[in-house]
Design a protein around this ligand. Structure first.
Ligand code: PSU
Ligand code: MN
Length: 300
């Protein structure tokens, strides 16, 4: 038995030539943004990676095959598909083995990128410790993955719907380097800064690439989280968002939204409650992360 994996032709060519590649996830397409902005964003992000000198590899499971890089038609069909599975470490192998189709979260994308020999991955925001986790135990598998799979993930921090303090505590406990890019505080997804000081700060892609390689040389498992602030002209002030996040959270609670549905529900409600402004900011930050990830992949 082998892993049914297929590489897009340009990704295969980049792997053969040793050229830089940036992995991209697909849950942000199927569960993070509405159609058609999801597919438009996915295409823009791929173009941003190319313009910055790397090859994009959007990752998904389609009909039991793990795709490393999607064609335009595959991207479009995934973006329009209904009821696609949201795959993490727990279910990606079962989905492949049973011929299923699913979008990969940060955790599952890291697993696939590592299998494919890709070291850098760009997304919007990682999952983390949800508010109220002391009773729900809802902690994203993304945090465990960062602790064990050697991929550098570029994100705008953890999503601001989360308990950011607890999220960064768990990352610290698990030995995950959290590197703020170009500033001393941690970004908070839709906002460029937060009151939380960054555990590490780096100002160049080369330093981030060297830190990744040094962990490998030292035999330290796991990846790195690069927390890249949203461009300041695209950010939404945290004070503006706080009551909206609060409302979305209480609605989720009242409606009994749980497990995998929590993050998509909250992102969807915040989109509605901000009249689409949260999506505009989300698109800007993902594109910004894609450009930095391409530079890091180049430096590696
Ligand atoms: N970043 C975004 N939008 C998203 C996500 C990331 O800008 O929708 C997805 C990622 O796939 C991440 C997931 O892994 O949300 C976290 O889900 P959960 O909290 O259920 O682990
Ligand atoms: Mn969860």
């Amino acid at each position: 038995m082998t892993i049914p994996m297929t590489y897009a032709p340009d990704v295969q060519a980049a792997l053969d030539a040793g050229n830089p590649i940036v992995a991209l996830e697909s849950t942000i397409i199927t569960h993070g943004m509405p159609y058609p902005q999801n597919v438009e964003t996915a295409r823009l992000v791929e173009a941003d990676v190319r313009e910055a000198g790397a090859t994009p590899a959007t990752i998904a499971v389609m009909n039991g095959t793990l795709h490393i890089g999607l064609t335009d038609a595959e991207l479009d069909s995934l973006a329009q598909a209904q009821n696609v599975a949201k795959l993490s470490r727990a279910d990606i192998a079962a989905c492949i083995a049973t011929g299923g189709t699913g979008a990969t979260t940060v955790a599952a994308t890291m697993i696939a990128a590592h299998l494919a020999g890709i070291h850098v991955f760009a997304t919007g925001g990682i999952g983390g410790v949800h508010k109220g986790a002391e009773t729900t135990f809802d902690i994203s598998a993304d945090l465990n993955e960062l602790a064990q799979t050697p991929v550098t993930v570029v994100a705008a921090g953890a999503k601001a719907i989360l308990d950011l303090e607890k999220t960064y505590e768990v990352l610290e406990t698990n030995g995950v380097p959290v590197i703020a890019y170009g500033q001393d505080s941690l970004p908070a997804f839709w906002s460029a800064t937060s009151p939380l000081p960054a555990p590490l700060r780096m100002d160049s892609a080369a330093d981030i690439a060297d830190a990744h390689k040094m962990r490998g040389l030292m035999g330290l498992p796991g990846g790195q989280l690069v927390a890249n602030p949203i461009p300041s002209d695209a950010q939404i002030p945290a004070e503006t968002l706080a009551p909206i996040i609060g409302q979305a959270l209480s609605e989720a609670d009242a409606q009994g939204i749980a497990a995998k549905s929590v993050t998509p529900f909250l992102l969807g409600r915040i989109f509605e409650l901000t009249n689409g402004a949260s999506l505009t900011a989300n698109i800007a930050l993902v594109r910004n992360n894609a450009r930095l990830a391409a530079q890091i992949a180049g430096a590696m």
